[in-house]
Structures are given as C-alpha cells and as structure tokens.
Design a protein around this ligand. Sequence first.
Ligand SMILES: *[C@@H]1O[C@H](CO)[C@@H](O)[C@H](O)[C@H]1NC(C)=O
Ligand SMILES: *[C@@H]1O[C@H](CO)[C@@H](O)[C@H](O)[C@H]1NC(C)=O
Ligand SMILES: *[C@@H]1O[C@H](CO)[C@@H](O)[C@H](O)[C@H]1NC(C)=O
Ligand SMILES: *[C@@H]1O[C@H](CO)[C@@H](O)[C@H](O)[C@H]1NC(C)=O
Length: 449
Amino acid sequence: MICLILLSLLCTLFLGSNFDLWKQQHSNGSVNHNTKKFGQGMEDQELLNFLLRRLVRGEDRIRLEATGLACHSDLHTGVCVSNRPVRIDTRTLKIYASFNRDMPQAIRIIQPYARKGDATAMSFVSPVQILEGNFSPPACEYAHNVPAVVFSSGGFTGNLFHEFNEVIIPLFLTSRRFQSRLQFIVTDFQLGFVRKYSRILSHLSRFGTVNPALNGSVHCFPGAVVGLHYHGNLALNATGIPGGYSMRDFKKFLKESYNLKKVKLSEKERPVLILVSRPMTRTFLNEREMVKMMEELGFEVVVATPHKLSDLEKFSVLLSSCSVMVGAHGAGLTNALFLPTRAVLVQVVPLGLDWVSTNYFGGPAAEMGLNYLEYKIKPEESSLLSVYGRDHPVITSPASVFLKGYKAARAVYIDRQNMSVDIVRFRVTLVKALGLLGRSATLLEESVF
Ligand SMILES: *[C@@H]1O[C@H](CO)[C@@H](O)[C@H](O)[C@H]1NC(C)=O
Ligand SMILES: *[C@@H]1O[C@H](CO)[C@@H](O)[C@H](O)[C@H]1NC(C)=O
Ligand SMILES: *[C@@H]1O[C@H](CO)[C@@H](O)[C@H](O)[C@H]1NC(C)=O
Ligand SMILES: *[C@@H]1O[C@H](CO)[C@@H](O)[C@H](O)[C@H]1NC(C)=O
C-alpha cells in the first residue's frame, strides 16, 4: 500500500499528472477509469476547482474558497483566479467574476503580463478590469465548458528572451496542469506572436486563442485565471506557485511540442557549433576569423542571426542537435532552451554587462542542464576603448556608470558596443568547451589537416 502511495506520488511528481492525483484523492485509492471527460458534468467542477486552487496559496486560497475570487500579487506579476462562473466582455475587457447581489462592489485592475515593475513594458499592456460584488453582468453570447486564461501578448514581445521569460514559461507554469482543457484569451493580440508559438499554444490548449479585438462579445466560463505566474529570469521553481514544474519539465514540453528527437552528442562526427551573429550591436567585428578558428578546432560552424534563429519551426531541430552555442550577451541566447543536455553555452560578456549576463543566461543555463562558459571581453577587445580612452570611467568603472542610471548605461554598453574578439584567448575557451564535450582539440585538428 505504502509502495502504491509512493509510486503514485512519484508519478505525480514526474509526470505532472494531477488528474490521477485528483482521482486518487476522490476514489479512496481505486482509480476510476470511467471518470468523465473534463467539461461534462458535476465532478468536473470539482477537478477544475482543484486545479484552480493550486494557483493561489495561504490567505488567498481561503479567500478563493469563501468568495470565488482571489488574487496573488508579487514584485513581478499579478494573477487573479476565480473558481466560480465568470463572464468576460471582450469589447471592454471587463471580467464579471464573483458577481453577487449581497456583496459590495469592488473593481480590480490587472495588467496580465509578468513584468510589473517595468513601466516601458507595461505601457504596451492593456488593463483588464475584474468586477466583484453587486454588478449585473451582460448576458452570455458564448458558453464555454473550460476555464479562461487571460494574458497579454503585448509588453516586450518581439524579443525572444522576453517572449519566453514573460509569456511562454509563465504560461506553461500557469496552465500546463489543465491538460489542454482551457481557453486562452490573448489581449494586445499580436498575430506574429501567436503564429510563432502556435505549437506551444496548441500543446497547452486544445482550443484556438480568442482575440478580443476581433471577437467583441460576452463569453461565459466555469472559472478563470487572469495573468500568469512568474518565477524569475527564465526560471521554473518547482516549489513556487503552482508547484511541481522545473526547467527539466519545460524542456521536455518543448521537445514534445516541436517533435524533437533525443540526440546523443557523442555520436556526431563533427560537433555542431552555432554562432549567434548580431548585426547591429554587440557585433563580433572579426566574425570571419572566429569562424576560421572554430573550424580549425574541428567544429561544424553554423552562423545565424538571432532573428533567423527565432524561427523555431525551422531551427529547433538544428538547435536540438547542436553541441556548442556561442554568442554575445543578448536575446539570441534564449535559444539555449532548445540545446540538448550537456551541450555548452559560451556567453561572450561585453564590457559592463557581467551582472545581466550571469543573471539572465548564466544561472538559467545550469538549470537547463547545460555546461556554461563565460568569455569576458577586455577593454582592448571592445569598441568602447577607442571612443572613450583608457582612463574614462566607461572603461575603468562600468559599475559607476550603471549607478548613474540604467538608461545611460544601457545606451553605452548594450546599444553602442561592438567587439573584436582576441582569437588566441578565445580559442582557449573553445578548447575547454571541447573538453566538456569529452573531446580533445588536437585529435580533431589532426583529422582536419
Ligand atoms: C471514501 O471513503 C470514505 C470514508 O471511508 C467514504 O465516506 C467515501 O464515500 C469514500 N469515497 C469514495 C469515492 O469511495
Ligand atoms: C468568437 O468566439 C466564439 C467562441 O469562441 C466563436 O464561436 C466565434 O466564431 C468567434 N467569432 C469571431 C468573429 O471570431
Ligand atoms: C522557490 O519558491 C519557494 C516558495 O515560493 C521559495 O521559498 C524559494 O526561495 C524559491 N526558490 C528560488 C530559487 O527562487
Ligand atoms: C557595430 O557594428 C555594426 C555592424 O558592423 C555597425 O552597424 C554599428 O554601427 C557598430 N556600432 C558601433 C557603436 O560602432
């Protein structure tokens, strides 16, 4: 019996199957295989309630039970959950949740995008109103039997890092447990975004997305989630809300969504190296020499711009069989999510960008199961040296420039810096990468010559 319980617990943890957990909890151990499909009767409301409850904790959960509406709020995101019927008027972005004649009126305004503290991002995110209490909701025009999940595709979408960081990973965290039985309502609808991630969206929901701008009507749902949970830069924290999902689960989900096969890196004759080539800023000015050196080390080099690489339909297969990814700090490195386990991510860190490099990609790379190497640019390799001179604080003390304000620092280090990489020094980093792959540079070099 204990074994059975342990086994089912393990299944729940590793397969993320809460449906079974729920069934177990509600059938005293004997799994009932005749459980009706979600969306077809009374017990579904119970399952739905179970899944929605997971999205809030502590006092919020008590409030959800008592009133049918509760909101979680932290530094980065706001998420409101209703486990009772809601009506969503997509013309006004008003959500009638927990409407009840006996309760005083309360209106909550939420911008369903996970970068609350960033005024620039939030200026592209429409507010949604959630009405609670003594309101008379409009009549339903469409009735759905699954809950709604409302989120914005505004904000910083268009940038691969922000798309994964603020939308795709939060969406996975918030909605994966519902096993596709939910309806997405995408505010600030960006057709390009919805098309680009159609595989991911269709793996998370079996229904098409509703674009409020095109579908001005009143939709009724048995429950709703407004806004998405967020765990930090490209992070999935298995103990955060709603719990249970790690980066490993997310990578598995990506593989499933894009039909990617497992690749054994050691079986490749020449390891593939993707060089992320930025054309405008943080550009490698001596890219050709870099490629030559990489090829001499035995790599098969693919040079691609971040824009090209973000066509995941096209590049996910290549990415998933690639041994090394090299790139300067920037959104293109987000593609590392598709690299196979134990591949090597080499981040070239421009002058002044140590902190963002480590926090946005270095830390997450370890969670992704990757080997991570940093190559820090020296003043002699940065285009900033000839602009400012060796004794300028821009060169000698980037931290002091950041202290004066992010905007000014960004204009210098992020937007106006190119690099000429020292080939001899950089080669050492790539030899290290080969070592991490269990290969030796010399052998490969011999096979080339
Ligand atoms: C589970 O067990 C409890 C107590 O023994 C009982 O009251 C309940 O009806 C059982 N539930 C199911 C679904 O069998
Ligand atoms: C609006 O949404 C409903 C329900 O999802 C759907 O049946 C209808 O075709 C949509 N209308 C338009 C114009 O998209
Ligand atoms: C994960 O979430 C838990 C609970 O919210 C928190 O205590 C912990 O610090 C988080 N871990 C990380 C690495 O953020
Ligand atoms: C960086 O390199 C790119 C591509 O060569 C160029 O367009 C841009 O002007 C350069 N920026 C600076 C600040 O030199």
